[in-house]
Each structure stands twice: as structure tokens, then as C-alpha cells.
Design a protein around this ligand. Structure first.
Ligand SMILES: Cc1cc2nc3c(=O)[nH]c(=O)nc-3n(C[C@H](O)[C@H](O)[C@H](O)COP(=O)(O)OP(=O)(O)OC[C@H]3O[C@@H](n4cnc5c(N)ncnc54)[C@H](O)[C@@H]3O)c2cc1C
Length: 322
């Protein structure tokens, strides 16, 4: 029996809902990706932990992918040969005050950053700290893993702690802010892909509603103006180069690549750091366009662009620019 068939039987026996052959195209902002052998969307943290237990005890060798809102992932056209656990239903949020009086939001890994930002505006007093994140289309889990950032801030500035489980040993760990090893679009989770983030606590500060809402509206307006939000994408494809004052969008534009297409994948006319899906792009189109841009920039400027997007290979392993 195929590993995923054994797993499917065990999930059924445990009453955990899953789909077979669900299209990953529908679970990512690139709108690219073939079917996952199994796609599971746990509704509670307990169900997520149970699903990982079942995966471990039945078939720890079957490829496993933890998916948030899929806004930083490129899945292959022939899909994923294993189990994808999508966390986006794990959205419980609670507000508490730490001993020193700091307001904190604790949320499940699937909570959308946009929803958490709205919650900050709705509190009385409003909470400041997440203004930078209101337009980032990811989950809390994906954002901590990626140390997502924008508008001169990043997750490193607000994460108090996160709780994760080891997918291979089931051990629960609590990481303090310092233990996340945050740096530009990096966290310790990228060094430990076996850790599945379950929930995280954000440390915020009291503010007033108008100030917080105005900052969020300004950030959203800037995205609408500068980013090609009208097309599916995974945001900025490349990491910011290490050289100071060097911007990916400018390098790509100066290579004359704005609007350059391979198949249905296009270097955005609006922001050359984005690759957009013009309707029928395949993962192969995107990968070839990424390689083309990297080659052109290397040839013209001697700068090696690294991929920020998590690229999933056909065997289920992932690649990310180091
Ligand atoms: C239009 C657009 C604009 C964007 N703007 C920004 C921006 O301004 N700044 C920025 O930093 N990013 C930006 N992004 C990229 C993306 O939104 C962020 O990286 C986001 O944090 C990814 O979250 P996600 O839930 O979609 O993660 P996914 O894409 O689903 O996953 C990303 C990685 O995190 C892992 N992961 C997800 N959840 C967990 C978990 N619970 N435990 C362990 N691993 C997990 C996945 O396995 C994968 O390796 C943008 C993307 C788009 C499409």
C-alpha cells in the first residue's frame, strides 16, 4: 500500500477530516500547484497535534508540508506527493496582560495577519505594533517562520514567544523572542523545518484608535500603489541583496526585464521584484523566469539574487535561497 493510503486510513479511523487530490493551486496566492495526495485542515490545535502524531506513527517517511495561507510558496505542477497540513483554520485569538502590564495577543498559527491587525484596531484602547503587517497576506505561523516585515518593522519586533512541536518526536518547545534568532526574513524555524509552530504571543502597546488605523490605511494604500495586487503572486521573489542601498526591483528593471514573460509568468510591470501569474502560469514557467532574472542580474551587476519564496520540488523537498 502507498504510504499516503496508509496515512489516509489512519486519519479516517481517528475522525480527522482530509481531502485526497485537492488542488494546491487553490491554497496559494500564486494560484499554481497540482494535487496534494492528502490535504488536511485541522480545526483545533489538538487536531493538528493529533494529525502529526498519526503522521509520525504511521508513516514518518511520507513527505509532509505545513502550509499557512500559501503566500510565500511555489508548489510543482504535478502536486505534492504526501500530506499537506493547512493551518488556516487555527485562528483562535486571546488578549491578556503580561505581569508587567503589557497587552499581548496570543493566537493560533493560522490566524491571518490582516485579522490580527483588525483586532488591534478594535480593542479599546487600540493596540500598536502590528501596523506594518496589516497588508501581508500570510498567517501568524508563516510570518514568524519568515520573520515577515514591511514599512520599517518586522515580526522580530513584536513576537514575545512561540510554541512549537517537533514533528518527529512530538516534543513541545516554547521559544522566547531571543531564541528565534531573528534576522532579515530569517528565523530559527528555517533551520529547524521539523518544528511546527502551534501558536505565538505578540507583545503590543496601548495606543489610540485613530493613530493605529491611520498608519494601517497608509500602509495599505502604499501597497495598492506599488504592488501588482491585481495578479496572483507570492510577493517579492528575491531577498534584499546584502549590499547597502541595492534594491532588487531597480536591478531587475535596469536589466530591461519589466514585463518580460516566460509562458504565463511575468516580471511585474508595476514592481519588478514581483513575478506575477498572468492567468495560466505553471510552476515551471515561474522557476525558469526566476533563473532568467538571476542570470541577467548576475551578468550585469555581479550580484547573486537569492530566492525568498519557498520552492517545493517534485519529490516534496523544499528549496529556499540561503
Ligand atoms: C501580495 C503579497 C505581498 C507580500 N508582502 C510581504 C511583505 O511585505 N513582507 C513580507 O515579509 N512578506 C510578504 N509577502 C510574503 C508572505 O506573505 C509572507 O512571507 C508570509 O509571512 C507567509 O505566510 P503564509 O502563512 O502564507 O506562509 P506559507 O507561504 O504558507 O509558508 C511559508 C513557509 O512557512 C512555513 N510555515 C507556515 N506555517 C508554519 C507553521 N505553523 N509552522 C512551521 N512552518 C510553517 C511553510 O512550511 C513555508 O516554508 C507577500 C506576499 C504576497 C502574495
Amino acid at each position: 500500500m502507498m504510504p499516503s493510503s496508509r496515512l489516509a486510513r489512519a486519519l479516517t479511523a481517528a475522525g480527522i477530516p482530509f481531502e485526497t487530490s485537492a488542488l494546491l493551486h487553490d491554497c496559494t496566492t500564486f494560484r499554481i500547484g497540482g494535487p496534494a495526495d492528502l490535504l488536511c485542515r485541522p480545526h483545533t490545535q489538538e487536531q493538528l497535534v493529533r494529525t502529526l502524531d498519526i503522521w509520525r506513527t504511521n508513516d514518518g517517511d511520507c513527505p509532509l508540508f505545513i502550509l499557512g495561507r500559501g503566500s510565500n510558496v511555489l508548489f510543482p505542477d504535478n502536486g505534492f506527493p504526501g500530506l499537506v497540513i493547512c493551518t488556516r483554520d487555527l485562528q483562535e485569538v486571546s488578549l491578556f496582560h503580561a505581569r508587567e502590564g503589557t497587552p499581548c495577543l496570543r493566537a493560533g498559527c493560522g490566524a491571518a495577519l490582516a485579522a490580527l491587525s483588525r483586532r488591534c484596531v478594535a480593542e479599546a484602547p487600540a493596540l500598536s505594533g502590528l501596523e506594518f503587517a496589516c497588508g501581508i497576506p500570510g498567517t501568524l505561523g508563516g510570518a514568524v517562520v519568515m520573520n515577515a516585515g514591511a514599512h520599517q518593522s518586522e515580526m522580530a519586533n513584536v513576537v514575545r514567544e512561540s510554541v512549537c512541536i517537533g514533528r518527529t518526536d512530538g516534543r513541545i518547545l516554547t521559544l522566547s523572542n531571543a531564541q528565534h534568532g531573528f534576522s532579515y526574513r530569517r528565523s530559527v524555524y528555517q533551520l529547524h523545518p521539523e518544528w511546527v509552530l502551534l501558536n505565538a504571543t505578540l507583545e503590543l502597546s496601548p495606543s489610540d484608535t485613530v493613530t493605529v488605523r491611520t498608519a494601517m490605511e497608509r500602509n495599505l494604500a502604499s501597497r495598492r500603489k506599488n504592488q501588482p495586487l491585481e495578479y496572483p503572486s507570492a510577493g517579492s521573489v528575491f531577498r534584499r541583496p546584502a549590499q547597502p542601498d541595492v534594491y532588487v526591483g531597480r536591478l531587475v528593471e535596469d536589466c530591461g526585464l519589466k514585463g518580460f514573460r516566460i509562458g504565463g509568468a511575468e516580471v511585474s510591470e508595476k514592481h519588478a521584484g514581483f513575478i506575477v501569474n498572468r492567468g495560466d502560469a505553471t510552476a515551471d514557467d515561474v522557476r525558469r523566469l526566476i533563473a532568467h532574472v538571476q542570470e541577467a542580474v548576475l551578468r550585469a551587476y555581479g550580484i547573486e539574487l537569492k530566492c525568498e519564496v519557498c520552492i517545493v520540488r517534485e519529490d516534496g523537498r523544499t528549496e529556499r535561497g540561503e
